[in-house]
Design a protein around this ligand. Structure first.
Ligand code: DGY
Length: 325
């Protein structure tokens, strides 16, 4: 009997054909109310799930007694109850590596956009407001040679450090669970405690995953440590930051600006006070959103899922304890 996979993310024709050659597929194209109802209807027969951007909790997964594997098209796994999946021996896989460089590009786009006020000044030109030479009121601040502070020195943190160190001559400070001698050597980077990094960096960039330990890590106390000319960048997860505290820090110019790709609630509600701020650049969670990278992530997820359903250990298994063969 063919295994049954429920897809809640559309795949390219080539990947869809590959999947359909090996398993039965139900595709839920959109996760609107109708799509969620169809998902619930399909779960009882599902051996595998593949998708992203949906909180898969016990309430939903209890509907899927045959489930063997979940392949997330993301590196972040904060949408999954890993303990629950492990208890049920359901293999959870993710898509690291293939998105590292693209996500670091997004981080750097936000660094440049905030420091050089790209969005604000491009809007001024478009609105016909460029009527004379630009003066100090519209000047930005330099990026090259400034200190880049990275919180969470994983793969994406390293890719950001590489761009900053080799491309922009930036001294690199970092904070993470443990010191990383190889990173220190490669980028001439220096480890700092969190308060030290917040006090010393010109750019404070979050690249760490959302976990119980990192939720709300950056709040009023942390923004108070940052310098008034510093810039805050978040390409990890919105909930790592206390959003009201960030809004206050930006409103009161406790920090100069912020570049955010992730938010407490996504999509960002149109009435969010963040959108009233002229010192904020907001992008719609586009960290890995390029044609090439999203295809590579989907391919990786399909590989992981097919391996798991064939009884093999997926290359990117998240919950190793669920693997019992
Ligand atoms: C990831 O892969 O985790 C990206 O942030 C998309 O969710």
């Amino acid at each position: 009997m063919n295994k049954h996979v429920v897809l809640y993310k559309k795949l390219s024709p080539a990947l869809m054909a590959r999947l359909q050659a090996q398993v039965e597929v139900t595709l839920i194209e959109r996760l609107d109310n109708d799509g969620l109802m169809r998902l619930r209807d399909a779960l009882p027969g599902a051996h595998g799930l593949l998708g992203a951007s949906l909180r898969l909790d016990a309430g939903l997964l209890d509907l899927a007694p045959k489930l063997e594997a979940v392949a997330s098209v993301s590196v972040g796994v904060d949408n999954y109850d890993i303990d629950y999946l492990t208890r049920r021996r359901i293999l959870l896989s993710n898509t690291p590596d293939v998105l590292t460089e693209t996500t670091a590009d997004t981080g750097f786009a936000l660094i440049l956009a905030t420091a050089r006020r790209v969005v604000e000044l491009a809007s001024l030109v478009r609105a016909g407001g460029w009527t004379g030479n630009i003066g100090p009121a519209h000047f930005g601040s330099d990026v090259h040679g400034k200190t880049l502070g990275i919180i969470g020195m994983g793969r994406i943190g390293e890719a950001l450090a590489q761009r900053g160190h080799f491309g922009f001559g930036m001294p690199i400070l970092y904070h993470s669970n443990s010191a990383k001698p190889a990173v220190e050597k490669r980028f001439d980077a220096q480890y700092r405690s969190l308060p030290e990094l917040l006090q010393q960096a010109d750019f404070v960039c979050l690249t760490l995953p959302l976990t119980a330990a990192t939720e709300g890590l950056i709040g009023a106390k942390e923004f108070a440590l940052m310098r008034p000319d510093s810039i805050f960048i978040n390409i990890s997860r919105g909930k790592v930051v206390n959003e009201p505290a960030l809004i206050q820090a930006l409103q009161q110019r406790q920090i100069r600006a912020a570049g955010l790709d992730v938010f407490e609630r996504e999509p960002l509600p149109a009435n969010s006070p963040l959108l009233q701020l002229d010192n904020l650049v907001a992008t719609p969670h586009i960290g890995s959103a390029t044609h090439e990278t999203r295809e590579a992530m989907a391919r990786c997820a399909v590989d992981n899922l097919l391996a798991a359903l064939a009884g093999q250990r997926p290359a990117n298994l998240v919950n190793g304890d669920a693997w019992q063969r």
